[in-house]
Write a protein of this length. Structure first.
Lengths: 337, 142
């Protein structure tokens, strides 16, 4: 009995150490570089390990600033604005993103649509004058939206007259992919938070996993779930709690349903996607939020190359089975495979 | 003597009094001790990772630049000006809140008083309030 007890106490001590409740000296000895910049209308926090001369941090900052400029839908001289005004561009970033959007849109039955900029503005997003538009005003925009209004061929993107693209659902994920590639090329580990899009790269100096918190939509100061991620991974959330307005007691969020041209209204508060690529995680999180839980689960079953967390309005948290062993803390239910 | 029983092993463990059997805690008692220890571990983990651990200071970032570090034990108010507008920060009872702001959506105000967890962000004014103690969390998905 005594041996068994000693063994159990030993296991307890080991699990305490595994949970990082015991101090770890090795982390203190490594070079940690932190930087924050404002880009793509959000704060981006970068933490790198081992970037002793600051070269990689400078390169990442340059990437983010470049994309902030070229992918802005509001900057008058951006590559995206040039496309939206002239109907055509061969800017490499824009072409890549338009092509990726076509792929994800096809995979998600059109739930991801990057042509909704005029509709979004009609609802007041990006203009600061929010209002529920008249149905006739929405209908008037229908011939300007739809993924069939854009063409990618011969290294260029073309859009129909009046169609405008917005990469809000993809740009930060794309930026994360480019930053990750640069870090891996330099052999630098770190964690990037691009406005709440998390990109981990490599392994922490002490060898422990990255701990990621999924924000509680009802309490901004709390995590509903914390997850343990290994190596390089992307985690992106889409929800109705970051950008929205209230009218007559109804919450209107910034994520629009391409079918109704209206803000998504359903039982979900947020969807988080965990996968191996930032662009994929970004696009899929938006699409899954639009689709709702049941259709989202069906998509997860058919694609099988990502993990997800659905948070419902009643606080129920659903996770895919692949995340079960990665939960550090939080209550959840597991989706049946 | 209710919780002490004679062990199956009859070896004399108490050398001072060989005639007396070694006092062994019952399996039930050990199970209770271990159960309590695991509950404590679970509580500590939740405390560490779910944002309940209060931070001592909050950093105020404007447009990606650290402007101030506020001591959350010192009550007071401070107005943060940015190119896009202003935010009034109030520190009280160890927490910080954006109590008024010029932004149109007031998401930052709705966050309420906080002292841990994800940052309070005012996107229109480009203001972010982060807590110096992350509670063991490397990044917040939001």
């Amino acid at each position: 009995m005594k041996k068994r007890v000693v063994l159990l106490l030993l296991l307890l001590a080991l699990s305490l150490a595994g949970c990082n409740l015991l101090p770890d000296a090795s982390m203190q000895d490594r070079t940690v570089s932190d930087a924050s910049i404002w880009a793509m209308d959000t704060q981006m926090d970068l933490r790198l390990y081992g970037d002793t001369d600051g070269t990689v941090m400078a390169e990442l900052t340059a990437i983010l600033n470049r994309l902030d400029h070229s992918l802005s839908a509001t900057s008058p001289d951006s590559a995206l604005t040039a496309l939206n005004e002239s109907g055509r561009t061969d800017d490499a970033d824009v072409v890549y993103l338009a092509s990726a959007a076509q792929t994800i849109s096809a995979q998600t039955d059109g739930a991801l649509d990057i042509t909704l900029l005029p509709v979004s503005r009609l609802w007041g997003f990006g203009t600061d004058s929010y209002a529920v538009p008249e149905p006739a005003a929405l209908d008037a925009l229908r011939d300007r939206v739809g993924m069939d209004k854009l063409t990618v061929s011969d290294g260029a993107v073309s859009v129909s007259a009046g169609t405008m693209l917005d990469f809000g659902a993809l740009a930060k994920g794309y930026a994360a992919d480019l930053c990750r590639a640069k870090m891996e090329e330099a052999g630098i580990a770190g964690i990037l938070s691009l406005g709440g899009n998390i990109q981990t790269v490599g392994t922490k100096p002490d060898g422990s996993d990255w701990i990621i918190g999924v924000q509680d939509p009802d309490d901004m100061g709390r995590y509903l779930l914390t997850l343990r991620l290994s190596g390089s991974a992307s985690a992106v959330a889409s929800g109705d709690y970051q950008r929205f307005f209230m009218q007559d007691g109804v919450r209107y969020c910034h994520i629009l349903d391409p079918k109704t041209l209206s803000p998504v209204r359903g039982s979900l508060r947020s969807v988080t996607v965990v996968t191996d690529g930032g662009l994929k995680a970004d696009g899929l999180s938006t699409a899954l939020f639009v689709l709702g839980r049941e259709a989202g689960i069906a998509l997860w079953q058919s694609m099988g190359d990502f993990e997800a967390v659905w948070i419902e309005a009643d606080g129920t948290v659903w996770i895919t089975p692949g995340l079960k062993d990665r939960v550090v803390e939080g209550s959840y239910q597991v989706i049946e495979p | 003597m209710n919780n002490i029983r004679r062990g199956r092993d009859s070896r004399p463990a108490n050398t001072a009094d060989p005639s007396r059997p070694a006092p062994h805690l019952s399996t039930k008692v050990w199970a209770l001790i271990l159960g309590a220890a695991f509950l404590l571990l679970a509580g500590l983990t939740a405390w560490q990772y779910l944002g309940a651990k209060p931070a001592a200071r909050a950093e105020v970032w404007v447009d990606g630049v650290l402007k101030q570090t506020l001591d959350l034990s010192a009550d007071g108010e401070c107005r943060i000006e940015s190119a896009e507008g202003w935010n009034l920060l109030t520190v009280s009872d160890g927490k910080i809140a954006v109590t008024a702001a010029s932004c149109p959506d007031a998401d930052c105000v709705r966050c309420g008083p906080q002292n841990s967890g994800p940052p309070i962000v005012c996107l229109p004014n480009r203001v972010s309030i982060r807590f110096t103690d992350s509670g063991g969390v490397d990044g917040a998905v939001r």
